[in-house]
Design a protein around this ligand. Sequence first.
Ligand code: PHE
Length: 475
Amino acid sequence: MAAAREHFGSRLGFILAAAGSAVGIGNLVSFPVAATKSGGGAFLVVYAIFVFFVCLPVMMAELALGRKSDKDPVGAYRQMSGNSRMWHIPGWLALITPFMIAVFYLVVTVWVLGYLVEIVMGNLDQLTTEGYFTQFINSPLVFVFLVILMLMINGILALGVKDGIERAAKTLMPMLFVMLVLLVIFVLTRENAVLGVKYYLIPDFGKIDASVVSKAMAQAFFSLSLGMGIMITYGSYMKKHDSIPGSARAVAVTDTLVAFIAGLLILPSIFHFNPQIDPADLSDSSAGMIFLFLPKIFLALQDSVGYFGASAFAAVFFFLVLVAALTSLVSIIEVPLATLRDERGMERKKAIYTVGAVQFVLAIGCAVSFGMVDWFTNLTHIAGQGKSFFDLIELVFYDTILPLNGLLICLFVIYKWKRVNLDRELQDGDPTFAGSFSQKYVNFSLGTFIPLILFLVFVNTVALKFFGINLLDLI
Ligand code: PHE
């Protein structure tokens, strides 16, 4: 058995580390893009409902399972399921999923790092030239940045839970928040910014349809880092008598607040760039937004603050995205590390080398999926669409298995581990939880409609992405 289990030093440390996991590219870019395309404030309302009424109970369940078992996800499912072999499967899924999601998230973060370096070197104008992105992601520089990024992440992880993960979160998260707010204040003083604010805050409920609702659900689930074993693992590092419900609420509020504030940055910037813009014309993909559109928006700031000012603004924004992605990657890579340590008794350093080596190879596979190597680029066809290695990982693990993992955790906690045990763990450190509305709600929802919603998301994704059938059209 390895040394005594590591723990976070304080409740605030845990909250910041979990918020660091939750706040990622999803908040700073995907959320504003989705809100822009899908009814502005109306999307926000639907999203917030999913965060607090569907995702928050799942987060509590993951944290409780982790803390009670004191184990990584594989160990947690094994220990709490007794001898039932069937229940070992979700444990393995909760290990493989973060492992693979980390791989494609690493590659996107590498591009963010590359763009940041270019901007700092004074090349913001080049980033806006036609074809730059394709050329950049296919250049050998990507491998250099991959090595640098992996050294940064694993350097933090090597210091352990308290001195690495927690300390990084305590330094980086408040900084991220302050810099984000400063950027927003700056943007709001630009010409036509108010048009963006109006567009964002005046809800257009006409845009809300079944597919927008399903998008909001998937976005909320991903944004809170659920279904990836992260909260099970972080739960196992929580102190015994800290309130799980209270901490989970703090994480969900922080995560949603950052997403909301990021919207106040992106939309006014878009309208400053072009007051006549129809946001419906913008790209649907976050990658399209970050790497193709945002550099143009930032460059346009040079009319009022000069090229240096525009570059400084762009650099701060890309730095924020990098920091947000870094703390998310730290949390997701900690999951396989915890498994190797708990299940195999491996030393932290050895686990880091083992996981890092495999992830490095897979990340290279992803990085060459955009034209560099034909086999990875044109790997397969699914539902009539060509898929690269990168696409395949995203499709299988992010789109499909994530909601399945969520469904399984609900069913496991309520029907196998049992409600009383969940209740007991949630009350440990939070005596007011017993008998509260919150307790009844968590108890009821986790056993009924939350797994149902996750099941529907899962079925719909499989039908749509693997068979090309949109079930939502049938509604
Ligand atoms: N919550 C992250 C985001 O919004 C998702 C994530 C977590 C991704 C952990 C990777 C690792 O981007």
